[in-house]
Design a protein around this ligand. Structure first.
Ligand code: SF4
Ligand SMILES: [Zn+2]
Ligand SMILES: [Zn+2]
Length: 310
């Protein structure tokens, strides 16, 4: 016999294990929206007249993020959503994802702002990978992460956005937290869970509105809304460490639903505890590009000098 939805008389199509809810298509979409709204309110992520830059990649997480924010922000006529995509220049991957991002923004009547590594840094990621020094090359993902973070910040700031929303889900957050712990990098825990009002000078605050919904929820929501997204892995993706942690957490979550949420809550508590004992980080301007950095030369400039040989 088909299971009935926990919220209405319809047939359930999805079991949200960590809340023990069996949900029909429409209640699945509605409760997902409510969870995101609660997260936004709890962490005071947005204000009523915000210009919200939404970083989208064309993949499932950021597509669901944009779709949900678009629905939530309709109620706030003074706020504005500006989707942005950073094109790293990864042949056969980002170009296709970009098409998916364009299609989604068009369907929501939004204009997508695209900036590329080539225009911002002079080289595509594919070029950078070829130009790396061969003796001890920096990994493609390290370049990509550092440059993309800078690109998102500078694009958001150029567009005069008040805040940037990114599509990290609960699985991503729990994995990152555990990785930081396993590597003994507890300071990073504070950086990844920094509240909006504690954003560092020179950085547009970043928020993660879908961090309290799981990857399974994201996939289920995207199916319920028939969202099309790009679902092919990046050719440079070799995150073996993260994949090990992901497999472990997936197994734990399957056997003990609620594990991911418990890790997320622990991260919040640890972040708060660290806030009580702040360590002052001296920030200054990079001697080469003027960006705010704790070092004499910022990470972006030192990485770029590695490929130019300066
Ligand atoms: S897998 Fe690595 S190179 Fe590819 S998009 Fe992600 S961070 Fe960038
Ligand atoms: Zn229902
Ligand atoms: Zn610099």
């Amino acid at each position: 016999m088909a299971t009935q939805c926990s919220k209405c008389d319809s047939k359930a199509v999805y079991l949200r294990r960590y809340t023990s809810e069996a949900l029909c298509d429409s209640c699945l979409a509605e409760t997902t929206l409510q969870r995101v709204r609660r997260t936004i309110n709890k962490h005071k992520m947005f204000r009523e007249n915000d210009r919200i830059a939404v970083a989208i990649s064309g993949g499932k997480d950021s597509s669901v993020l944009l779709h949900i924010l678009h629905r939530i922000e309709k109620k706030y006529p003074d706020s504005e959503i500006i989707p942005i995509t950073i094109d790293e220049g990864i042949m056969g991957y980002r170009d296709r994802a970009l098409e998916a991002a364009k299609k989604l923004t068009r369907s929501l009547d939004l204009t997508l702002e695209v900036r590329s590594f080539r225009e911002l840094f002079g080289h595509s990621l594919d070029d950078i990978v070829k130009m790396r020094k061969s003796d001890k090359p920096i990994g493609a993902c390290s370049f990509c992460g550092v440059l993309r973070r800078r690109a998102i910040n500078s694009t958001a700031s150029e567009l005069e956005a008040d805040v940037v929303a990114t599509g990290h889900n609960m699985d991503d957050e729990a994995q990152t937290l555990l990785i930081n712990m396993l590597r003994g990098d507890s300071r990073r825990i504070v950086r990844t869970s920094r509240p909006r009002e504690k954003a560092l000078r020179g950085f547009v605050p970043r928020v993660k509105p879908i961090m309290e919904i799981t990857e399974r929820d994201v996939v289920a929501y995207s199916h319920s809304q028939a969202l099309e997204y790009h679902d092919v892995p990046c050719p440079y993706s070799v995150e073996a460490y993260r994949n090990d942690v992901k497999d472990f957490l997936n197994d734990m979550e399957h056997r003990r639903p609620g594990t991911l949420l418990a890790i997320l809550r622990s991260g919040e508590e640890i972040g708060k505890a660290f806030e009580q004992t702040p360590v002052a980080t001296e920030l200054r301007e990079c001697e080469q590009c003027g960006s705010v950095t704790p070092d004499r030369i910022c990470k972006v400039c030192s990485m770029l000098s590695d490929i130019s040989g300066n």
